[in-house]
Write a protein that binds this ligand. Structure first.
Ligand code: IPM
Ligand code: MG
Length: 357
């Protein structure tokens, strides 16, 4: 059966980086016998523009009927001041929630050719390979009640709710332990159990789940310490499992260990293996339309999609090998360029990957 994927370019640099990722997919289809049916849809600001909603119903229906979704990025100044429920980011949260994508895998890998692109010393980051497993459909991102109101003395007040039940924690912990088992057998659970009850429960439940994985060693760390340790000695970590918001923050931090947020792909999976694949960076409106963005995070997201949702391991390997080769040949978009290097454009980078497949 031919797998079906849905492509959602989104906003800002989204369409540019997605175009390069699709070039790579097309090359695999025409030259390497990948069988794939590709459809397109609108999300984010694009969704608002064409149908008045950041997640049009048609997009969610198509996504439900697909094996995987490939997404560019959402958001931009044009939609920052519209009604809150219509903002582009709500579209992203709605598709995550609508597809039940509770597990977000965010690898941070330092490619040997890029060890000197990091702002940290090469010996601190060379060889780094960590996997952040972020809970994606719960926590403070979705907790109710939430909103803006007036206090009794007429002060404006914004409020959110951090809530996790044990089933949500058990499910993401189980996924993270499975991932750890296939890697180095080491996992660090990040929380703020010294202050927040929701994460005190997190720590308790993760410890319970660990009993089913005697082959995996579990460590707990407070999030402030984890941020510090990630910069001090990132190679002490292998798999990190954490809440929605802590995972959001720590994955941006981890991305800079690798030199550029433009390098990091991600997979968001549900219980049936269906997944949404997207770069972890945003829509970068400041460089949109300038053919400057790094398409590698999106291209590497295609590799993750082939591996995790489509079981096309050899095609995934082919893409990752092409990325390594192109980086080893010294090709760099501006974000991973050192002063003096000649930067290439988004399209040139895409073409170079296609040529290296
Ligand atoms: C991410 C992004 C999103 C998030 C935003 C755009 C809603 O920062 O995927 O990390 O906070 O999850
Ligand atoms: Mg983020």
């Amino acid at each position: 059966m031919t797998a079906k994927i849905l492509v959602l370019p989104g906003d800002g640099i989204g369409p540019e980086i997605i175009a390069e990722a699709e070039k790579v997919l097309q090359a695999l289809i025409t030259d390497h016998e990948l069988k794939l049916q590709i459809d397109h849809g609108a999300i984010g600001g694009h969704g608002v523009d064409v149908s008045g909603k950041p997640l049009p119903e048609e997009t969610l229906e198509k996504a439900r009927a697909s094996d995987a979704v490939l997404l560019g990025a959402v958001g931009g100044p044009k939609w920052e001041t519209i009604e809150r429920s219509l903002r582009p980011e709500r579209g992203l949260l709605a598709i995550r929630s609508g597809l039940g994508l509770y597990a977000n895998l965010r690898p941070a890998i330092v490619h040997s050719a890029l060890a000197d692109a990091s702002t940290l010393r090469p010996e601190i980051v060379a060889g780094l390979d960590i996997m952040i497993v972020r809970e994606l459909t719960g926590g403070i991102y979705f907790g109710e009640p939430r909103g803006m109101r007036r206090t009794s003395d007429n002060l404006r007040e914004g409020f959110n709710t951090l809530v996790y039940n044990e089933a949500e924690i058990r499910r993401i912990a189980g996924m993270a332990f499975e991932v750890a088992r296939k890697r180095s057998g080491k996992i660090c659970s990040v929380d703020k159990a010294n202050v927040l009850e929701a994460t005190e429960l997190w720590r308790e439940v993760v410890t319970e789940v660990a009993a089913d994985y005697p082959d995996v060693s579990l460590q707990h760390m407070y999030v402030d310490n984890a941020a510090m340790q990630l910069v001090r000695d990132p190679k002490q970590f292998d798999v990190i499992v954490t809440t929605n918001m802590f995972g959001d923050i720590l994955s941006d931090l981890a991305s800079m260990l690798t030199g550029s947020i433009g390098m990091l792909p991600s997979a968001s999976l549900n219980q049936t293996g269906q997944g949404l694949y997207e770069p972890i960076h945003g829509s970068a409106p400041d460089i949109a339309g300038q053919n400057k963005a790094n398409p590698l995070a999106t291209i590497l997201s295609v590799a993750m999609m082939l591996r995790y949702s489509l079981n096309e391991i050899s095609h995934a390997n082919r893409i990752e090998a092409a990325v390594k080769k192109v980086l080893a040949n010294g090709l760099r978009t501006p974000d991973i360029c050192r002063s003096g290097d000649q930067a290439i454009s988004t399209t040139d980078m895409g073409n170079a990957i296609v040529a290296a497949l």
